[in-house]
Ligand binder design. Structure first.
Ligand code: AMP
Length: 117
């Protein structure tokens, strides 16, 4: 079932996670396999499988992802900036079917993607 995905289990507190921020709409926790000194995932507290599935009913939670990201960046001291990424479905490299914002920072992150040629 969709609400059995690993991020919903973290939202419900059923499996451990290093939660850095939570409110009634979103939860933010450290990525298990960080790709930068700071790597936090911010997820809605309800299931939205991918960014390709969002509806108007999701707008409050989607807006909160960004205000939560700003708050997490402040808590983590990312005054020089950071990167926000949403991977979408197979070509986007999405592994977990629960929409999530990656917040990466703590060092210069380089180009957004490597050139193909
Ligand atoms: P994506 O490829 O955008 O779907 O990203 C999924 C991310 O979830 C990856 O960076 C994983 O390292 C991370 N991840 C998977 N399971 C967990 C978990 N239990 N706790 C924290 N991060 C996780």
């Amino acid at each position: 079932m969709a609400d059995d995905n690993v991020f919903m289990k973290i939202v419900r507190g059923e499996i451990p996670a290093d939660v850095v921020y939570r409110d009634e709409l979103v939860t933010a926790f450290r990525d298990l396999h960080p790709q930068a000194p700071v790597h936090v995932l911010i997820v809605p507290n309800h299931v939205i499988a991918t960014a390709d599935d969002v509806t108007e009913g999701d707008e409050a939670a989607l807006g909160r992802l960004f205000t939560a990201a700003r708050r997490v960046a402040e808590l983590e001291g990312l005054t020089d900036g950071y990167r926000l990424i949403v991977n979408v479905k197979r070509h986007g490299g999405q592994e977990v079917d629960h929409l999530h914002l990656h917040l990466l920072g703590g060092e210069p992150l380089g180009p957004m993607r490597s050139r193909r040629r």
